[in-house]
Design a protein around this ligand. Structure first.
Ligand code: ATP
Length: 455
């Protein structure tokens, strides 16, 4: 039995995890809508991140900044003149250049409308040099034509052009001083947020892997210069542990350090945590030591001090930043791929099981009366549990079929109400993975599910 994207996409569509966006109009390329099960599941993924990165963290606090920001933010961050141009970095002096501008400046020729490959070839052939240091050692051209543009206000013109944010990080940087002051935090501390980002990706695809509208879960962790590499390793381990604890198969995960050539010019160290999707290895989580680049840039462009004053050492400094950045949709896809299983049962039948961590499963339990005559008691159990958990109720079809339906959507526990329940006050709880059953008192069910689905 092979795990394929086709099977996973089909399950998502058929069971209400993910639908094609605007489907009745023929869809919109690369747009997906989360259905009833998908929204529960994705919310659970985000809640699991928030719990470990904010609620349980002695260091981090939350934020929810606006998607629309002052356009100057994107100049300071390097996204304007960055995300919208064909860029290449000089490997020797680490300066960044627009490929078309280099060509024009050196040869007087206009590279208007040229492909990146054509520009690259031209630059090599004409031995075009870095205007800063004279080197010919450039990285490949990266096209950063990625920001969605729109207009604020009723008139459309360059004056009121604004962008949909391509990352949530900048909302954190511009609020650094606000958060530090109001929470009275001392360095080190972090600001975490979950939110939508938009990138006009040139090659979107692979289902939820590369979207144009997606959600990010980002932490910007501010620390003292010279402690940055220690914190970089701390957060790298922390992120890896989060994935392991939520049950991602270790063999399907690897850490890939960026070498000197690949590192952004402002980054001291970057590691990608990658996952082996059915279509190959792909980046899940980018963890970067971004030095004090971001805050320094915003300090320069806004004219506002973003220095931290350390009351103990009496030092002023611009904090260094460690950034672990994770895509909510992308990691949700990894959890789905990892959980998908087809199991051959005794007797030759197969069942599809989503072996999701119980904390991520859309429903924690399903209440299944063995007979419609038991509906009243079953409804009672359902309403008690529904106060605390997302639970399903199903009284249609054979019990075997009902188990299969729950297995396929990852429900970790099936609770059957039978005629004995009336006399002994107990129900049968079936475990999704082992299919073992045990008898549990109705008044112990809440505690049982709580302990089993905790993260
Ligand atoms: P990639 O190399 O895959 O384009 P990136 O290096 O541009 O990713 P970052 O800018 O570091 O990605 O973004 C941080 C995280 O946000 C990624 O690790 C990924 O999980 C998520 N992400 C980025 N772009 C997308 C996208 N188009 N769709 C879904 N998730 C994304």
């Amino acid at each position: 039995t092979e795990k394929t994207m086709e099977k996973i996409v089909a399950l998502c569509k058929n069971r209400g995890f993910v639908f094609a966006g605007s489907e009745i109009y023929g869809g919109l390329s690369n747009a997906w809508d989360y259905g009833p099960l998908g929204v529960e599941f994705k919310n659970n993924v985000k809640a699991a991140w928030r719990k470990k990165f904010v609620q349980e963290s002695p260091y981090n606090v939350g934020l929810d900044s606006a998607i629309l920001m002052n356009p100057e933010v994107w100049v300071a961050s390097g996204h304007v003149g960055g995300f919208s141009d064909p860029l290449m970095d000089c490997r020797d002096c680490k300066t960044r250049h627009r490929a078309d501008k280099l060509i024009e400046d050196f040869t007087g020729e206009s590279a208007d409308g040229w492909s990146n490959d054509k520009m690259m070839e031209f630059i090599r052939e004409h031995h075009i040099k870095c205007p800063n240091c004279g080197s010919e050692n450039f990285t490949d051209i990266r096209q950063f034509n990625l920001m969605f543009k729109t207009f604020q206000g009723v008139t459309e013109g360059t004056k009121n052009e604004i962008y949909l944010r391509p990352e949530t990080a900048q909302g954190i940087f511009v609020n650094f001083a606000n958060v530090q002051r109001t929470t009275r935090r001392k360095i080190p501390f972090g600001i975490a947020q979950i939110g939508k980002s938009f990138r006009n990706e040139i090659t979107p695809g692979n289902f939820l892997f590369r979207l144009r509208e997606f959600e990010q879960m980002e932490l910007e962790f501010f620390c003292k210069p010279d402690t940055d590499l220690d914190w970089f390793h701390f957060w790298k381990d922390f992120c890896e542990k989060w994935l392991h604890d939520l049950g991602l198969t270790k063999e399907n995960l690897r850490l890939r350090d960026h070498d000197k050539e690949e590192l952004s010019f402002y980054s001291k160290a970057t590691t990608d945590i990658e996952y082996l999707f059915p279509f190959g290895w792909g980046e899940l989580w980018g963890i970067a030591d971004r030095t004090n680049y971001d805050l320094s840039r915003h300090q320069e462009h806004s004219g506002k001090s973003l220095e931290f004053f350390d009351p103990e050492t009496k030092e002023h400094y611009v904090p260094y930043v460690i950034e672990p950045s994770l895509g909510a949709d992308r990691v949700a896809l990894a959890f789905l791929c990892d959980a998908y299983d087809e199991e051959t049962l005794e007797g030759g039948d197969t069942r599809v099981v989503l072996r999701l961590h119980p904390a991520l499963a859309p429903y924690k339990a399903a209440v299944l009366p063995l007979s419609k005559k038991l509906n009243d008691r079953a409804q009672e159990v359902y309403s008690v549990l529904a106060k605390r958990f997302a639970v399903d109720y199903d009284d249609a079809g054979s019990i075997g079929k009902r188990y299969r339906r729950q297995d396929e959507i990852g429900t970790p526990f099936c609770i059957t109400i039978d005629f004995d329940s009336e006399t002994d006050g107990c129900v049968t709880v079936r475990d999704r993975d082992t299919m073992k059953q045990e008898r549990i008192a109705i008044d112990k069910l809440t505690g049982y599910l709580e302990s089993k689905t905790d993260f």
